[in-house]
Design a protein. Structure first.
Length: 397
């Protein structure tokens, strides 16, 4: 039978389900009219499912509270097996929550157990014709509860969508990082391999041999540091609850030129501790490299509006305007590693940003000028692009 039509025989086949034998018998007698035919009775949900499969009724008049399997679960399973089957719930006035769950499970409507006989018959007929009957004594409250449930479901669905978008974005960032790993490791590995081949060919005098060996050791140490940086960046997606101030103080103990400024209260957030340390190390190494030996580098921790932020401030000569768009790009591969004044600095900023973004944060250039440069690590999220160039910029000495 399709929705909105009566059976071709003109009689509606009804299955009565209730655990009270006397009440169930009364319902069966009530529904035995000219256009209704009671084809079976069941005392619980398990029996109801078996009889529906066997007898193929048009409508099931279903009690909500029953042993073994209640009406809610029974309705859910029956509608999954027989989508065109109509179910009318029998309920007490005090069962508003259960009525809501029955409607969500797929019931066409409901009537109170103490309703007039004509009202119960009318509910079955309405269900058979594809309509629905909602008892006026319960309907307003149930509709209000359904609206609240739908609103909660809407919010939950939106939260799941946001979570899925975040996971997809994080996956894309990690894929970008993996691609960067292969690209960046290729050059130092090639240099080390070239030095090894030079040694294998021989023909070097003692001075040349010492120079090649020294360069080989230097490049191998640099390669090991590069691998450690990538390891920290790749692990950035594995977060824990950590105190950002503690991370800043740990990095601050590694050089007497570093000063840490932080609030007295802990600045807590979810991040990967190892990756957080590496982000600060990259920013601080960059600041120390381009600052005079007599000046300090400041690590300033703040927690404005519950959004942890860390600023690394140096007192160097600023960044050249034409270099600003490229500061987060890896160093050019054409440069020979042994000619770099500060190996890995450019790559370090690139990895710092990738690690921060893998933890839903970001690293940006906040300001630069003759008085120094400030990099901002937005720990729990922040701007992903530099929307405006700093007002004052100058060449790096």
């Amino acid at each position: 039978m399709t929705a909105g039509t009566l059976p071709l025989s003109g009689r509606v086949r009804v299955l009565v389900v209730d655990d009270n034998d006397g009440f169930r018998g009364s319902l069966a007698a009530l529904l035995g009219g000219e256009d209704l035919e009671v084809v079976g009775e069941a005392a619980n949900g398990i029996e109801a499912i078996e009889l529906v499969n066997e007898l193929a009724p048009d409508v099931v008049l279903m009690d909500i509270r029953m042993p073994q399997m209640d009406g809610i679960e029974t309705t859910r399973r029956l509608k999954a097996l027989h989508p065109s089957l109509e179910v009318v719930a029998l309920t007490g006035l005090e069962e508003e929550r259960a009525v809501r769950e029955m409607l969500v499970a797929g019931a066409s409507g409901y009537v109170l157990k103490d309703s007039e006989g004509d009202e119960i018959i009318h509910a079955v007929r309405r269900a058979a014709s594809g309509g629905a009957l909602l008892s006026p004594d319960v309907t307003p409250t149930v509709i209000e509860q359904l609206l609240e449930a739908l609103e909660r479901e809407r919010r939950r669905t939106r939260q799941l969508e946001i979570a899925q978008e975040a996971l997809l974005e994080r996956g894309a960032r990690r894929q970008q990082l993996i691609g960067r790993v292969g690209h960046e490791l290729r050059t130092p590995v090639t240099v080390v391999l070239g030095l090894a081949q030079t040694l294998r060919r021989g023909g070097l005098d003692d001075e040349q041999l010492d120079e090649v060996l020294d360069t080989l050791v230097l490049r191998t140490e640099g390669l090991a540091r590069l691998v450690r940086r990538f390891e920290a960046a790749i692990e950035a997606g594995l977060t824990e609850w950590a105190n950002v101030t503690e991370l800043a103080k740990e990095v601050g103990t590694r050089d007497p030129r570093i000063r840490v400024e932080a609030p007295l209260a802990p600045v807590m957030t979810a991040l990967n501790r190892t990756a957080g340390i590496r982000i600060l190390e990259e920013l601080v190494e960059n600041a120390l490299a381009f600052s005079a030996e007599t000046t300090q580098v400041v690590i300033r921790v703040s927690n404005d509006d519950g959004s942890p932020q860390v600023r690394v401030i140096d007192h160097g000569h600023g960044i050249e305007p034409e270099a600003i768009p490229r500061i987060f790009e890896p160093l050019e591969q054409a440069q020979e590693l042994h000619t770099r004044t500060h190996p890995g600095i450019g790559l370090g900023l690139s990895l710092a940003r990738l690690s921060a973004r893998a933890m839903d944060g970001d690293v940006t250039l906040e300001s630069t000028g003759l008085g120094g440069t400030t990099f901002l690590w937005s720990v729990a999220g922040g701007p992903s692009t530099l929307t405006e160039l700093p007002r004052r910029v100058a060449a790096i000495s």
